[in-house]
Write a protein that binds this ligand. Structure first.
Ligand code: ATP
Ligand code: MG
Length: 261
């Protein structure tokens, strides 16, 4: 598992030809192997659109996404995506859901033990034979995580995977997933509009703005894991991100005032 660099080069996207402002404008971003990157920005700035392009679920109008030597044109088991909802099959057990990626790739027989290990690792040791409908939301998201990791991905793409969870479960899973990605050298891209989540998990936070969707800044997070959210360096980084968003809002306001005058 692990070992992928991601290069996003001169990327533009228009969902339809009549759009005046591009959904994504001139995105250039390099994500080195094993780095945990958070894309953060307000609703509608194009975070999910960009993530879907890295996943190969959507092609950009212009520019490219490359993962190692490959230009991304379709999904692959090597770059796995995890969504806000765990999207499990309700009629299957925890084990069957977690094994799904391996079953699809025809490798379940050889890698059965791996599914067992992963379910243990994500805290579902005593739940493997249960139907997924018997699990809580947090437990279901853990099944989805085990399924994403079972195929030994180089890249894990997360689109607000913890936003539906209670604060305690969310914080615990954020820490676990960041730790797992670091341990296995998985390159992670996390989409979020939660500043706390970005600072808790990422090595680098990339700030996006909307209309057009673009990258306007970035911030490195050089804090060891597990991160203490009450310590001064953590709080300072959060405050810095808040202030960057305030600057974006002020710039937008003065732009609107100029247009109105
Ligand atoms: N399939 C689509 N067809 C047309 N426009 C779309 C489509 N998907 C998204 N958009 C538009 O593209 C823009 C970016 O959407 P996107 O979902 O990438 O934003 P986001 O940053 O992920 O927002 P959120 O934080 O609310 O999830 C929005 O203005 C949205 O309305
Ligand atoms: Mg989104």
């Amino acid at each position: 598992m692990g070992s992928a660099n991601i290069w996003i080069t001169d990327l533009f996207h228009f969902y339809n030809k009549k759009q005046v402002s591009p959904t994504l404008e001139n995105i250039n971003l390099t994500i080195p192997q094993g780095q945990l990157t958070a894309l953060i920005g307000r609703s509608g700035c194009g975070k999910s659109t960009l993530l879907q392009m890295i996943a190969g679920l959507l092609m950009p109008s212009e520019g490219s996404v490359r993962i190692n030597a490959h230009t991304v044109t379709k999904p692959s088991a090597k770059w796995n995506m995890m969504f806000q909802k765990p999207s499990l099959y309700p009629w299957m057990t925890v084990r069957e859901n977690a094994a799904l990626g391996l079953v699809f790739s025809g490798t379940y027989k050889d890698k059965k033990d791996r599914v067992e290990e992963l379910l243990d690792m994500v805290g579902l040791k005593d739940h493997k034979d249960k139907n997924v409908q018997q699990l809580s939301g947090g437990q279901q998201q853990r099944v989805a995580l085990a399924r994403s990791l079972a195929t030994e991905p180089d890249v894990l793409l997360l689109d607000e995977p913890f936003s539906a969870l209670d604060a305690f479960t969310r914080a615990a899973l954020q820490t676990e997933v960041a730790q797992i990605c670091h341990d296995y050298g998985i390159t992670m891209v996390l989409v979020t509009h939660d500043i706390d989540e970005a600072v808790a998990m990422a090595d680098k936070v990339v700030i996006m703005n909307h209309n057009p969707g673009r990258i306007v800044g970035s911030m490195d997070v050089n804090l060891p894991y597990p991160r203490d959210r009450n310590e001064a360096p953590f709080i300072e980084l959060k405050e810095y991100l808040f202030s960057e968003f305030e600057k974006i809002d002020q710039a937008k306001e003065s732009e609107l005032e100029q247009m109105a005058s």
